[in-house]
Unconditional design. Structure first.
Length: 496
C-alpha cells in the first residue's frame, strides 16, 4: 500500500474514531441526563400529590371520609391537574394490591419486581424504564416508585408514570445532529488527512530523488533540513552521508590518479634500468664493450638492478605495513651510534649533490624502537633531504625528552608549499613530479612508509617547511613504558 494511503487511513481513521467515541459517549450521557431529569419530575409529581393529600386531610369538607379515601381522592386530583402531560398514577397497598385507579387485583410482577418491592418497603425510592409495542411502534415509559408510610408503618407504593417521548425525541434529535456532524467531520478529516499525508509524501519523494541523484554519482545534492522532526533528522544524516561519500570519492579519485601516475613512473623507472641492463648484456654478448669497460658496465648493471629491487621492496613494505603483516621488535639501543653510521654511509650521496651532511649530536642517546625499522625511517628521511637539497646543508639532531627521543632532520633545500605539506604522506604523492629519473629514484612511497612505521612505534612525525627555505622533519619515539621495564626486571630476577 502506498504511504499516502497509509497516512490517510492513519490520520482519517484516528479522527473518525475519536469523533465516533465522542458521539456515542455524548449520546449516552445525554440520555442518562434526560432520564434522570424525567425521574426527578416524576418524584416532584409524587411530592405534589402528597401535599394535596395533607391539604385535603385538613379540609373540614372531608371529615367523614377515611384516610384511604382521602388519599385516593388526592391522587385523582393531582392526576387530573397533570392530564395534559400524560402523567398517570397507580397506588399499590402494602398487600401488593392495586387500589388506584381501581381494585384490579395483584400488580403486574414485571412492573414491580420482588427486589424492588423489598427495597420500597425499606423506604428506598425506585425508578424503572420499560418499553412495549403499541400499534407497531416501540413506546418507552418512565416510572418513579415512591413508598408511603403512616406513623412509621409501611402504607403502600405510589407509581408515577409518563411516556418517555421527550427523552426519545431529544436523543433521536441529538443522534441525527451528531450523524450530520459526523459526516461533515469525516469529509473535513479526509481533506486534512490528505493535506498532511501529501506533505509527508513530498518529503519522502524529495529524499528518494536525492537518493537517486547520489546513486547516479551526484554527491552535491542537499536535502532541506528545518530541524522539526525525525524526517529532518534523517535529512541531516543523509546530508552528512553525501558529504562523507563526496570526500571518499574525491580521495578515491586522488588515489587513482596517483596510482596511474605511479604506474607510469614505475614503468618508466623499470624500463630505463632494464633497457640499460639489456643493452649492456647484448654489448657483452657480442663483445661490443671493450675489455677495459667491462667492469664499469657490470657496476652499472648492479646499480640499475638495485634500483629495481628498491622499487619492488618499497611496494612490498607498504602493503605489509598496511595489512599489519609486519612485526616490530622493540628494544633499547644507542640512537647516536646508529644515526652516525647512517650519516657516514650517506655522506657520499650528499657530496654528489654538493650537500654537507652533519650529525650535530655527540653524546650517546638511547632510543626504544625496532632497530631495522628505525634505520629504514632515518634512511628515507635523510635521502629525502638529500634529494631535494642542492649545494646545501643537512643536519641531524638527536635530543632526549622527558618520555621520548626526538630526532630532527633539517635541510635548506627547495622546501614545500602548504598544499604539498598536506599531501606528502599520501601514497604515490610526489612533491616534485618532475623528478622521475633521479639517481636515487622516487616512487612516492617513502614518506608513506615512514609515517606507517612511526605509527607502529606509537610515535609521532611532523614536518615544517617553507618554499625555498628548507624542510625539517621531527620524529618522536616514545620511551619504554614503566610496566615493561618492571616486567623485564622481574624476568631477569627469576632467571638469576
Amino acid at each position: 500500500m502506498k504511504y499516502l494511503y497509509q497516512q490517510l487511513l492513519a490520520f482519517g481513521g484516528l479522527i473518525l474514531l475519536i469523533l465516533l467515541t465522542l458521539g456515542l459517549s455524548f449520546t449516552q450521557f445525554t440520555r442518562k441526563t434526560l432520564e434522570d431529569n424525567n425521574y426527578k419530575e416524576l418524584l416532584g409529581y409524587a411530592q405534589s400529590m402528597e401535599k394535596n393529600n395533607l391539604s385535603l386531610s385538613r379540609d373540614i369538607r372531608f371529615e367523614g371520609m377515611s384516610s384511604n379515601e382521602i388519599f385516593q381522592f388526592a391522587i385523582g386530583v393531582t392526576e387530573s391537574s397533570l392530564n395534559q402531560q400524560d402523567v398517570s398514577f397507580v397506588f399499590i397497598d402494602k398487600d401488593r394490591e392495586v387500589q388506584y385507579p381501581d381494585k384490579s387485583g395483584k400488580v403486574n410482577p414485571n412492573l414491580v419486581s420482588d427486589a424492588q418491592w423489598k427495597a420500597l418497603k425499606a423506604g428506598q425510592q425506585q425508578k424503572e424504564t420499560s418499553s412495549k409495542n403499541v400499534m407497531g411502534q416501540n413506546q418507552t415509559t418512565s416510572y418513579a416508585m415512591v413508598p408511603f408510610f403512616t406513623e412509621g408503618v409501611f402504607f403502600g407504593v405510589l407509581l408515577v408514570s409518563q411516556p418517555a417521548m421527550n427523552v426519545e425525541t431529544s436523543v433521536n434529535s441529538i443522534v441525527t445532529d451528531l450523524f450530520k456532524a459526523f459526516i461533515i467531520a469525516s469529509i473535513i478529516a479526509i481533506i486534512v488527512s490528505y493535506f498532511f499525508a501529501t506533505q509527508q509524501v513530498k518529503r519522502i519523494n524529495r529524499m528518494r530523488s536525492a537518493t537517486k541523484e547520489v546513486a547516479a554519482g551526484n554527491f552535491d545534492v542537499v536535502v532541506p533540513n528545518r530541524n522539526r522532526d525525525e524526517f529532518d533528522d534523517l535529512a541531516d544524516d543523509f546530508n552528512r552521508m553525501t558529504v562523507s561519500l563526496k570526500e571518499s570519492q574525491d580521495e578515491i579519485e586522488r588515489q587513482e590518479e596517483r596510482r596511474k601516475q605511479f604506474m607510469a613512473d614505475a614503468s618508466h623507472e623499470m624500463r630505463t634500468p632494464l633497457t640499460t641492463i639489456n643493452g649492456l648484456l647484448e654489448g657483452m654478448q657480442y663483445n661490443a664493450i671493450p675489455e677495459n669497460q667491462r667492469e664499469k658496465a657490470i657496476k652499472l648493471m648492479q646499480n640499475e638492478t638495485s634500483r629495481l629491487i628498491r622499487l619492488v621492496n618499497e611496494n612490498l613494505d607498504y602493503e605489509k605495513i598496511r595489512t599489519n603483516q609486519i612485526s616490530i621488535l622493540l628494544q633499547e639501543f644507542n640512537a647516536t651510534e646508529a644515526v652516525g653510521t647512517l650519516v657516514a654511509q650517506l655522506a657520499a650521496k650528499a657530496e654528489a649533490s654538493g650537500d654537507q651532511l652533519i650529525l650535530k649530536t655527540d653524546e650517546p642517546i638511547t632510543v626504544y624502537a625496532d632497530y631495522d625499522r628505525f634505520v629504514q625511517v632515518m634512511v628515507n628521511l635523510i635521502q629525502n633531504a638529500i634529494q631535494f637539497t642542492k649545494d646545501g646543508l643537512i643536519t641531524v639532531t638527536i635530543t632526549k625528552l622527558e618520555k621520548a627521543t626526538e630526532i630532527k632532520i633539517s635541510d635548506n633545500g627547495i622546501g614545500m608549499s602548504e598544499e604539498q605539506v598536506k599531501n606528502i604522506w599520501d601514497r604515490y604523492y610526489k612533491a616534485d613530479p618532475s623528478r622521475k629519473n633521479t639517481k636515487y629514484g622516487e616512487s612516492g612511497l617513502g614518506l608513506s612508509i615512514v609515517q606507517e612505521l612511526v605509527r607502529l612505534h606509537n610515535g609521532t612525525i611532523e614536518v615544517d617547511s617553507e618554499l625555498e627555505k628548507g624542510t625539517t622533519f621531527t620524529v618522536n619515539f616514545p620511551d619504554k613504558p614503566q610496566e615493561a621495564e618492571s616486567s623485564e626486571k622481574t624476568n631477569e630476577q627469576k632467571e638469576a
